[in-house]
Design a protein around this ligand. Structure first.
Ligand code: SF4
Ligand code: SF4
Ligand code: SF4
Length: 212
């Protein structure tokens, strides 16, 4: 019974999509004109596991926030209207808050995906691994790269099953894009401006995950 209700909701979620898209487009156009809001974020946002198909996420997500509430590590938040009218309310993985361990320490299966009633978040079939994005280093903001100072924060926290960060002889880190899954642990650990980061804004770090 519950499964049937879930299926109905999933179907309803996909059925709503056209109306939602039209409504979002109309509201977006009005808001962009009236308030000078952006249609899309300045840079693409990282989505929760299973939300990497942007078209499906946009079409199916009903902005209910269940994925956000289900995250045990509070990694997720809703996209703000000021970030982009079209995606407002969609879930964002925000690594300034925490990083995503794919719920390995909370049962083993991503809770956000299980909580989604519409299929907007859907894992790839056959246990294919989920990649949220790839971490990128901004050398101008990274201490070892920019100043030669010693810093191993990102290197230390990259989970042992990925080991995606290596350091050269001068201690300068680099990311192996073949190994990185975009978990955000490095971004979360990177120095904040108040801790001495060279990055100019509170939410920016010298290593940041970019969606694929
Ligand atoms: S997989 Fe788990 S830790 Fe990662 S965003 Fe989803 S609920 Fe949060
Ligand atoms: S649970 Fe699904 S439908 Fe609800 S906000 Fe999250 S992605 Fe969207
Ligand atoms: S996002 Fe950072 S910590 Fe996570 S796998 Fe990639 S390099 Fe390692």
């Amino acid at each position: 019974m519950l499964a049937m209700a879930g299926e109905e909701e999933k179907q309803r979620g996909s059925g709503v999509s056209r109306r939602q898209l039209c409504a979002a487009a109309c509201a977006g156009a009005a808001a962009i004109g009236l308030f000078g809001l952006k249609a899309l974020p300045a840079q693409a946002l990282v989505r929760p596991p299973g939300g990497q198909d942007a078209e499906r996420l946009m079409a199916r997500c009903i902005r209910c926030g269940r994925c956000i509430m289900s995250c045990p590590w509070r990694v997720l938040r809703a996209e703000a209207l000021s970030e982009g009218v079209i995606g407002a309310g969609l879930p964002v993985a925000d690594f300034s808050r925490n990083w995503c361990d794919f719920c390995a320490s909370a049962g083993g299966a991503p809770r956000c995906v299980a909580a989604c009633p519409t299929g907007a978040l859907e894992l790839p079939p056959d246990g294919e691994s989920v990649v949220l994005g790839i971490a990128e280093i901004v050398p101008e903001w990274c201490l070892p790269w920019a100043t030669g100072e010693r810093c191993k924060r990102c290197y230390r926290v990259c989970p042992s099953q990925y080991r995606a960060i290596k350091r050269d002889k001068q201690g300068r880190p680099s990311v192996d894009p073949e190994k990185c899954v975009g978990c955000g642990s490095c971004q979360k650990a990177c120095l904040k401006p108040e801790d001495g980061s060279l990055a100019p804004s509170a939410n920016l770090r010298a290593i940041m995950v970019r969606p694929l």
